[in-house]
Every structure is written in C-alpha cells, then in structure tokens.
Design a protein. Structure first.
Length: 766
C-alpha cells in the first residue's frame, strides 16, 4: 500500500465466533488479508430468527445479531457474508431482505441469493466421490440420507446428487431412503424414525457434519457402532467431526479457500471488475466411520497412486496448520513429508522393498524434530500410514522384504506415539498455565468498586491470556432494551469508555468519548497506518444492551469469544448498577441533609405514600402490627399478602416514567379496593406492595388472589395503554393459634411470590 493511501477495510458477517465454519472461513480471510495488506473486521452474530425461547441458556442469543446493524453505518468498503450459516433457519427471501440493507459490495459465502455474487462449494463432486466409495469399495447395497430444508440450496444440491448416483448404480432410490433434517444435530426424533423405518441401511450420508454428530448420538443409544455396523459420512469436515469417536468420514469443503476467494472477489469488485460467482472443489475424506472390507485385493495397484497423492495427504494431516504464523516451519514439514512419500513410492517403482535398513526413519526423525505433533491430526496420520502399509503389503510378496517393511512401520508407529505422549504432556502444562490465567482474568474483572468511567478501564486489564493487544470498549449512553424479533438499528453515537493499546490501558476522558458509529473503526487510538484484524461483539445481559467490544481477532478469541462477552457484559451491568446505586445514595444523603437543615424529624412523616395514596412502609407496618394483635385477641384468621409489579423497568424505559407511575397508582388502587374495609394495604418499596386482611376462607388465599388477578384483567381490557399492568403475588394465612410475627408472614408470602413469578416466566417462555 502506498504511503497516504487509504487502507481497504473488509467486514465479515458470520454466524457465531465459536462456530467451526466461521473459524475456518475467517482464518482463510485473515490469511489472505495479511498477504494483501487489507484490514478485516469480523462481526459474529448468530442465526437469523432462530427461536430459542424454550432454551433458558440460549434464549437471549438473538442479541448477537444486533452486531449486523453496525455494518450499515461503519466505514467498511465491502462485506463478506456467511449467508449459509447466518440464514440456515430462514428463507432466501428473508436473507435477501437483510442483504439489501448494505450499500457496499457483498460477496456471499456458501449460499446463493439472486442478485448477489457468491462463492460456494461444488456440492456434487465430493458427494459423488463419497457415495461411489461406499458402493464400489465398501460394497453398500442400500444407502440412506439425512438431508436439510429444501429452501437451503446446498442441501438441495447434495440431495439431487445423492439420488442421481443411486439411480446410476441401480440402488434403491425412492423417497424412503431420504429424510429431511434440520441441518443441526438436534434431529433425534427425525433420525430415530428414519432408523426405525429403514433398519437395513448399510450406510447413511448426512447433509453436514453437525447432522452426522446428531446421528452418532442416536446410534450410540441403539448400540449401533459406526464404522463396524454401519457407515456414516458427513459434509464440511469440521473439527468436531475429525475428533468424533470414531472420526467421521466427510466431504471436505475447504472453508479457508472459500474465505480467501471471497476476499479476492470483493477486492476485484472494489477495483471495478465484473465478477461472477465461483465454485470451490470438494473431495471425500476417508475415516473410521466407514466400514472397511477385509477381503484381500481391496487395495489394487491404483491404490498406491491414490495414497501417494501427497497434497491430499498433507492437508488431511495438517489441516490445523492453516492459521499458523510459522509458515517457514510448516514448509519444512511439508518438504519432509514429500520426501518421505517419495521414498515410499520408490520402494515400489524401483522395487527396492526396504532393502536399506532404517531408511524410512531418517524422514520420521526429521518430521518429529520439527515439532510435527503440535500441528498434526495424529489419528489421521496413523490411519493414512496404516492404509499405505496395506498398499505396500499388496506389492511386496517376498517374506524377508515384507518383514523389513513391517519392522520399519512398527518403529515409525512407536516413535510417533512416543512423540504424541510428549506433546500431550506439553499441552497439559500449557493448559494449566492457560487455566490459571483465565482464573486471574475472572477474579480481576470485577475489581472495581465504583460506577464511574474509571471502572471501565479495569475491564480491559489482564487480556494477555487471549493475546489481545488492542481493545476498545464502547458503551451506550443508557442501556437499550431489545426484545426478540424487534428490529434493531445501531445508534448514531456510542461512548468510547476505555482503550487498551499494547501494555497501556486507560479510561478515555469524558470530553473525548462520544464517537460516531461510522468512526468506531478509526477512533483516535487506532493506528490507521497499520493493518488490523478486529472482531466486534455486542455486550448484553438478557434484554439489555450495554455496548460493543472491538478488539484484536486472535486464535484464542475463536475459542473463548463468548466467554469473554459474558464476563465483560456482567461487568458492565454491575458498573451500571453501581452508578444507579451511587445516584440513589447521593439523593438520599441530600434528602437527609435537607431534613436536618429544616429540623424535620422522621417520626413526623406522614404514613401515606404520596404516589399511590396507600400506606407507606412505616404506616403499613404500624397498622398491620395493630391488626395482628387484635386478631389474636379476637381469635380471627388473617391473610398476609406480598406483591410486586412485573416489568416496571421495561415500561419506564420504553414508555417513560410517567407511565411507570401510572402503573404503580393502578396497583395501589386495585389492591386497596380488593381489601376494602377488611384490612390495610401499602406500598413498602419501589414496586413492592403488601396487604393484610381478615380472611375466613381455608384456601390459603387462593380466592383472594384470583379476584385480584381478575380485577387487573378487567382494568387492562378497558385501558387505552399499549401495555398491560400486572403483578406477581404470594399470600399466607395466619391462624389465631399460630405464633407468627409480621416479618415471618411477609417472608413466607414473599417466597410464594417468587414461586409465582418463576411460574409466570415459564409460561411467558412457552
């Protein structure tokens, strides 16, 4: 880039920072951006319109999608959109509606939408290769498929190829051998029904690896072992598939290549070139989830060429190295791997048959000395070596040479396993250090005691374990309430509260905090002359949005991004609560000072609550204690009630405090009307009310609570307000013979209120 020239910034809209597909594609983008001198900012949301209201842990996941709104206003030159993952729950039209919001060049990744350029997989070639392996090499006679939604073009192409291959080879190809899944592992009922309907399947092809992992769970429940009782193949070749037990054979769709091609296409579009959509090749990766025939002759002569395809072998073993910075060492490993492959191939082509003792060990030792085990998929490495050994056995008939070959491979296996044990020990020590750093981070995250701006800087301390050198904490002026399925629009401004630049962490002066959203990626503390790779993540707690974190996109963020968000969001929430508490404390002190200055004595204060015109806390306790004494003397039962308002904060935030006051007045009025002359009612806290009345019913207060609820229903029905005013309430009856204090009765009623509130939340979640 020439001096003074503006550096191009590419945004990546992704479906979750922890998503395997996001990781691989992003690393491809970052690798290409590093070579081309381009800035990258990844905006990881989740999945559009995914309803998780029945999942308590994930029900607020929709808040991540608010980050997509920032790309409309920020100074981003082009967007790469992982539309295949972001939009897997929605129709193409819904995805198109989202994309049309952006006024910069867009390249879609792994999805096709009319009017947009895309780079996607060649779904046909890899699927065909996998199915032909099952038919020709394994001898499968009946193959099933768990597919995806027909609106997903990738899933539909894979389905069409599946049926096309079955027809060509004369295998059963009616609709019975296919079932539509959800593209996720949450397919239990679908998979169970499919296995019940088609119990004689030799193999099952899954539309993606996540579906295959869900199939694994159901097969395990049924005592069916993949790779022995049935063959299983997935698609995508994600890390979780390679780590499954047994490892899942898959169609490798190289997400890193998708990311790199998408970036180059976006740059070409910015350069004024007319770009057409592209396809990325796919190929079948054989693993232990595919049953292997034992009869002699399965590895024919052409098998040698197949297994000495060194480019494929290297990628199968070192797929983890795609994001490594030590490119030089990986090139050395690759050269040594190729030299080993050449040596093994010469044993056949030149008929040497391992005449040179320990000739293979030179290359094995060189590989291990380069620290290969830190990057290799050892299961893949050993599996490939075993298959190569089998190929060589088919060529070597002489007993002496066969013994020499087996000796070479046995020694190689021993060295690899020993090196793997050493590497595992090293990684355990490294993990212990990592875990300790994480504990310090959690401990120090909440060191602050005040709700001032200085506290925000403490949140950015101790990020070294994530290798983050640059981080910027933006906050809203006030937290924003954002409910599920509500449209969210990024505000015009946020406030840059704190920054981390190298070893320096500092609070930003108030006069310099206000930042236009379009300038978030070029604030005064970002060195615009240097290339960056950032990630931008929303900070939230339940329905409340607090701000945005912008920081370096490191390898550790791909593993701990959501953990970081959770910790920082909690910290920002506490800072806000402390600030509110400090404001209240100040107001109280000012009030007490005013009372002292005017020689006002607390005992002379009125018993009435000025807003609701019911008793205040002091008045209620006095009158309730009198009633309790009189009831015991007259041997009459009492009912003690505890109630609080639902959603007062949301009404205040969305409709104004005057509507909050209106709601509190309604509660006080209805509670007093229901109790009437039978007792007393009072407001004993901000949105908390209590009541006591003479009560002869033996139902523990159910009839009174029912009447109270009906009163609110009538009032809300006749109200012109855009919201309902409701309360949660609990009640406890005090019989004359019970020695129960007022405090004990209120505490028990409060417990019942809590149970009622929890029940209400479950009902709302449904």
């Amino acid at each position: 880039m020439e001096k003074g020239q503006k550096r191009i910034t590419i945004g990546v809209l992704a479906g979750g920072i922890l998503d395997d597909f996001t990781k691989v594609v992003s690393r491809g983008v970052l690798s290409a951006a590093k070579r081309l001198g381009v800035n990258v900012v990844v905006l990881p949301g989740k999945y559009l319109d995914r309803d998780l209201s029945d999942n308590r842990e994930l029900r607020y996941e929709y808040q991540y999608n608010t980050i997509f709104s920032y790309a409309e206003k920020e100074k981003i030159d082009a967007l790469l959109v992982l539309a295949g993952s972001i939009g897997y729950c929605v129709s193409t039209e819904r995805m198109k509606k989202m994309l049309t919001r952006y006024k910069v060049p867009c390249v879609l990744i792994a999805s096709q939408v009319d009017g947009f350029v895309d780079v996607s997989y060649d779904n046909c070639a890899g699927v065909r290769q996998a199915l032909e392996y099952l038919i020709k090499r394994v001898g499968c006679k009946k193959i099933g498929m768990i597919g995806g939604n027909s609106t997903n073009l990738d899933a539909e192409e894979r389905k069409q190829t599946f049926f096309e291959v079955l027809r060509e080879y004369g295998l059963p190809h009616d609709e019975n051998v296919f079932v539509e899944g959800t593209l996720t592992r949450k397919n239990r009922e679908i998979v169970s029904g499919f296995l019940e309907r088609e119990p004689d399947l030799d193999a099952i092809f899954c539309v993606n690896d996540d579906t295959a992992l869900g199939l694994y769970e159901e097969l395990k429940r049924r005592g069916i072992q993949p790779g022995k009782d049935i063959s299983v193949i997935g698609f995508d070749d994600v890390v979780a598939a390679a780590r499954a037990n047994p490892p899942i054979a898959s169609v490798r769709a190289d997400g890193a290549v998708l990311g790199e091609k998408a970036l180059r296409m976006a740059l070409a579009m910015l350069g004024g070139e007319k770009i057409e959509s592209k396809k990325v090749p796919t190929r079948f990766i054989l693993r232990d989830s595919v049953c292997q025939r034992e009869e002699e002759g399965i590895f024919q002569a052409d098998g040698a060429r197949e297994f000495f395809a060194l480019d494929n072998i290297f990628r199968d073993i070192f797929w983890r190295s795609e994001d490594r910075d030590d490119v030089g060492r990986m090139e050395q490993i690759k050269e040594t791997m190729y030299a080993l492959g050449g040596y093994l191939e010469r044993q056949i082509s030149e008929k040497k048959f391992f005449a040179e003792e320990n000739g293979m060990q030179v290359y094995i030792d060189r590989l291990l000395n380069l620290g290969t085990m830190a990057d290799a998929d050892v299961e893949n490495m050993l599996g490939i070596m075993k298959r190569i050994e089998t190929v060589l056995k088919a060529w070597i008939r002489d007993g002496e040479h066969l013994y020499a070959m087996e000796k070479e491979f046995s020694l190689a296996y021993w060295k690899i396993i020993r090196a793997m044990d050493y590497e595992n020990g090293r990684q355990r020590e490294e993990q212990q250090t990592y875990n300790y750093s994480m504990k310090l981070f959690v401990r120090d995250m909440l060191e602050f005691e005040n709700g001032n701006d200085q506290s925000y800087s403490l949140i950015l301390n101790n990020l070294e374990w994530l290798h983050i050198e640059h981080a910027f904490l933006y906050a809203f002026g006030e937290p924003q309430i954002h409910l599920f399925r509500e449209e969210f629009e990024a505000p015009d401004h946020l406030y840059l509260k704190a920054a981390k630049c190298g070893n320096d962490v500092f609070a930003v002066p108030f006069t310099e905090q206000k930042t236009a959203v379009e300038d978030m990626l070029c604030n005064p503390y970002i060195q615009t002359d240097k290339k960056y790779s950032f990630v931008q993540i929303p900070l939230f707690y339940n329905e409340s949005l607090y701000g945005v974190l912008l920081c370096d996109l490191t390898n550790e963020i791909f593993e701990n991004g959501e953990f970081l968000v959770n910790q920082m969001s909690s910290a920002m929430r506490i800072i806000k609560l402390l600030k509110v508490n400090e404001t209240i404390q100040q107001q109280l002190e000012e009030s007490f000072e005013a009372m002292r200055e005017n020689n006002v004595v607390l005992d002379t204060l009125s018993k009435s609550d000025g807003l609701t015109m019911t008793l205040n806390r002091r008045g209620f306790y006095q009158e309730a204690e009198k009633m309790l004494t009189e009831a015991r003397e007259s041997r009459k039962p009492l009912l003690v009630l505890y109630a609080d308002m639902n959603n007062l904060k949301i009404i205040n935030d969305r409709y104004g405090h005057e509507n909050g006051d209106f709601s509190l007045k309604m509660i006080g009025r209805l509670l007093a009307e229901q109790i009437g002359e039978k007792g007393v009612a009072g407001r004993i806290g901000g949105d908390e009310f209590a009541g006591m009345l003479y009560y002869d019913e033996p139902d523990g207060g159910k009839s009174f609570l029912r009447a109270l609820r009906q009163a609110f229903e009538r009032e809300n029905k006749n109200s012109d307000k855009p919201y309902n005013v409701t309360v949660s309430a609990g009640a406890v009856r005090i019989d004359p013979e019970e020695e129960m204090t007022l405090e004990e009765a209120l505490a028990k009623a409060d417990q019942k209120l809590y149970i009622a509130k929890q029940h209400r939340k479950k009902e709302v979640a449904k």
